[in-house]
Design a protein around this ligand. Sequence first.
Ligand code: SF4
Length: 136
Amino acid sequence: MILVSACLAGFRCRYDAAVAPDETVVAWVQDGRAIPVCPEMLGGLPCPRIPCERLPDGRVMAKDGVDRTEAYALGAQETLRLARMYGCDRAVLKARSPSCGAGRIYDGTFTGTLTEGYGVTAAVLMQNGIAVEVRE
Ligand code: SF4
C-alpha cells in the first residue's frame, strides 16, 4: 500500500481549496493500492486556510505570523499512524509543501523562493523507514 497526499488524489484539501489531481495517483487510489492522507487537515487545520511555510529552524509559520508548528507536528504523527496501520512502506507526496515536500520546499519568506529541506510529515515518514518521493 502506498500513502499519497490527498490533494494529489483530487481531494479539496489544499490551503486554497483548489483541486489538482494527479491521474496516476487517482488511479492508484481507485485500484485500492493507495491511501490518501492530508497531514495538515489531520493536524486540525481548516480548508481553505492561510498558507504556511517552514522556516530553516524547523518551525512552521502562517503568512499572518501565527505559529502552526504544533498542528503540523500533530498531522505528521497522525499520518505516520495511518501509514503503519495500512502497512505503507512508500509515500508519494506533493512537492514543495511544508508538510509533504521533500528535497526542496519554500523557504519561509513567502516570496516563492525554494530551498533545500523537507516538509514536517515527509521528514517524519523518512525517519521511520518509509520511502518518500514527490510529484508536482
Ligand atoms: S500537500 Fe499535503 S498537507 Fe498540503 S494539501 Fe496536499 S496532502 Fe494536504
